[in-house]
Each structure stands twice: as C-alpha cells, then as structure tokens.
Design a protein around this ligand. Structure first.
Ligand SMILES: [Zn+2]
Length: 407
C-alpha cells in the first residue's frame, strides 16, 4: 500500500479530492434537502444518475429497485470492486429537510447518514478520472436503496441475489472517518399484532384485552437475559393501538428488533420472543372467565443475516493501511448491521468504512455536519479501492478475482 503513496497519479488524485472539498460540500447541501425515505429514493437516484453521467462514468443506469450504478473499467484482468453508499434516510416524508447553518456547522436530518457518503462517491470518481488513474480491476460505484430500518437492505440484497461478478464490496457508512466495520451483526425485526373482539370498558368488562396481553409480553421481553459476547440485544421500539380511554381495544401492535453477531444466539432469542408472546396471550386469556379471547400474529419485517470475517483478512488490513496513509486513526468497529452484511454472509470480502468530517445527532432531527478535514475520508477510500483493485505498474490487486456470474 505504501507504493501507492509514491505514485504520481495517486498523489494527483489525492490533491484533487482535497481541492474538490468545497464542491463536495455544496453537493452535500443540495442532496440532503431531497427527501428519500426507504423505498422512496427515486428523486435522489435521479440526482445521482445525473452526477454519474456528468462525471463521465461508464454504463450509468438505475436498476429495477432504484440502485444507481456507474462503472470505471479496469486495465487488466483484475477483480471487480463495488463501492457503495445508501441513498435512503430514516426520515419520513414531511420531515423538514432544510439546511440550517450555524458557524461552520450544518444542520439537516440525514446530512451524514448516508448523504455525505454518497457525495464522497462523486469526489472519488472525479479524482480518478481527472488524474487519469486506471485501476487494474473494475470499480463499480453504487448508490443503493433501502439500507435503513425496514428497508431491510433491499437494495444490496437485490444486487447479490442476481448473478454478478463482484469480488469485494466496500460501503461508506460509518460516523468515524477511520472506522472499519468488518463483522455482520444479524438482526430480526418483527411487527407483533394483538387482536381481540373489543368492547365498552364498563359494559363489556371481563373480556381479554389485547393491550393488556401486549403489556404482559413486553414485561417478559424486558427481562430477557442475553450474552455480552457475542453481543446480543433486544428492543421494543414502537407500540401503538387502542381506540379510546373507555374502549377495550380491538387491536394493538409493537415493533421489536433483536440483534446478535452470532446466528445461534439470534435463533435462541427468536425462540424466547415467540414464547413470550404465546405466554402473554395464554395468560391474558386464562385471566378472564370469558368466551372471548385475544390472539397474536408475529410478522417478520426484517431479516439481516449475521456473518463472520476475520479481523486480519486482507480487506480489513487494506482499509487499516489506507486510513493510516492519509493520517486518519484506523478503528475496528463492531457495532453495526450494514449493507456489508449481505456479501459477508455470502463469503464475499466486504467492509463498511467511515465518511469524512465531524458529525452528530445521527437519526435525529438535530443531525449536524462540520466539514473539518472532510476530504481525508474520501482520500482513504480512494487508496482502499486502489489497493483492492490494484494499479497498473504499481500494485497487484489485493482481492483475488473469482469466477464470473456467481448467483
Ligand atoms: Zn447509514
């Protein structure tokens, strides 16, 4: 990797990214005002497609689910590296997406996660084209949909569920510029709906109550014991339902998220959750001497597979070296479930790395970005993909090319 730093064109590309910092910031401020809840990224996809065209990437296209691609062909028989960032944000339509500036700090929901990363794709691609850098392998730039929440990694699942020739995958989606996520935390997300016949709180008193049943389930869930290692977690995130204060409800529901780095631990937690719901229903029904009953339906809303990849695998080492070479502090992070879960679970080398600048308030209305040495992260990501793809008369690809058209 050190050889890269001595290469004339690489240095030109790194300088280009630094000088391109202002333009990258203005693109960020434009893009973050375009709404893009998961499953509704069309407008952002059009913006990205126009940029990819303007930059001069090859084969620019939007696929059936809204992922945008632009390619840079390699010079030799090298591997294909996909560099991705997600276009969706967690904020629903109607959220005020207007940038507010205070000093050097820019406020806007979604400004970092993952909008900042999408514009880093632009500056990296521009720098490579402007400097005439030709990697050995192909680089496919991708702005994918549906990473967040109930988007359930739909965009990246769609890419890897079809025959493809991707040999390694890098997602930019971490708040720490030198951050490297190399594990794939698995998660299961459920909507659990409790139903009953409902009635008047006074006149019909004595029939099972769906909200009471759900309360019993939450009481049990809140007392689950989970291992610290592998990290395993549970959360009831949203509850809703009911009609009025004096109505025995007909329906209520909750959203539950369970996560683990181990698929076995996740499986055990899933069984505990099923048991908790069943016991809650049984408990509520047997509480009353009634011919009415409540029932529960468990609906799977999200499934992100867990997977393991050694911390000393070549892709992780390359990301580490790339961060150090530009003066960032590399940091292995294991807290995330990201787009890389899908390739990692399929045995394809993949990591999620940090975006640039300082940030805070991610996933809140007060999300902010401060452009402090924001160019360092895209500089690092450029070195990373060059390391993985190789560079003519400089560096052999670190990623081994595999067979074509794997399904
Ligand atoms: Zn993200």
């Amino acid at each position: 990797m050190k050889q890269l730093i001595g290469h004339k064109l690489v240095n030109e590309a790194l300088s280009y990214i630094k000088e391109d910092d202002d333009r990258t910031l203005s693109e960020l401020l434009e893009l973050c005002e375009i709404p893009a809840p998961s499953h509704h990224e069309q407008e952002r996809a059009q913006y990205v497609k126009a940029k990819f065209d303007e930059i001069g990437l090859e084969d620019v296209r939007i696929d059936d689910v809204g992922n945008v691609f632009g390619k840079m062909s390699g010079t030799g028989d090298g591997p294909t590296i996909m560099l991705a960032a997600h276009t969706d944000i967690v904020f629903p339509f109607g959220t005020e997406l207007k940038v507010r500036r205070e000093g050097n700090i820019y406020y806007c929901p979604g400004i970092n996660d993952d909008t900042r990363s999408v514009v880093e794709l632009f500056t990296i691609a521009r720098a490579m084209i402007a400097s005439g850098l030709k990697p050995k392998g192909n680089i496919v730039f991708c702005a994918n949909v549906c990473e967040e929440g109930l988007g359930d990694l739909k965009g990246v699942k769609y890419i890897f569920n079809k025959p493809n020739n991707i040999d390694a995958f890098v997602s930019i989606d971490n708040p720490v510029p030198g951050g490297i996520v190399y594990t794939a935390t698995g998660s299961l997300r459920y909507e659990i709906v409790f139903r009953g016949c409902g009635g008047h709180s006074f006149a019909d008193f004595g029939i099972p109550n769906p909200i009471h049943a759900m309360g019993r389930a939450i009481n049990t869930i809140s007392q689950f014991e989970v291992p610290l290692m592998p990290k395993t977690t549970f959360n009831v995130g949203i509850i809703e339902g009911g009609t009025s204060i004096n109505t025995i409800p007909e329906r209520c529901s909750m959203l539950v998220d369970i996560r683990s780095d181990s698929s076995e631990a996740l499986e055990m937690l899933k069984c505990s959750l099923n048991d908790a719901v069943q016991e809650a229903v049984d408990g509520e029904n047997s509480r009353w001497d009634s011919n009415q009953s409540v029932s529960a339906e468990i609906i799977l809303k999200g499934n992100r597979p867990a997977g393991v990849q050694p911390a000393d695998s070549p892709i992780v080492k390359t990301a580490w070296d790339a961060a150090e070479l530009v003066g960032l502090v590399p940091e292995l992070r294991d807290e995330s479930s990201t787009d890389s879960n899908i390739p990692i679970s399929l045995g394809i080398p993949a990591i999620t790395v940090g975006r640039g600048g300082r940030e805070g308030g991610v996933h809140t209305a007060g999300e902010w970005f401060e452009p402090v040495e924001a160019y360092l992260a895209p500089q690092k990501t450029l070195l990373l993909i060059l390391g993985l793809a190789g560079l003519e008369s400089c560096l052999e690809p670190i990623i081994v090319k595999r067979g074509e058209n794997r399904g």
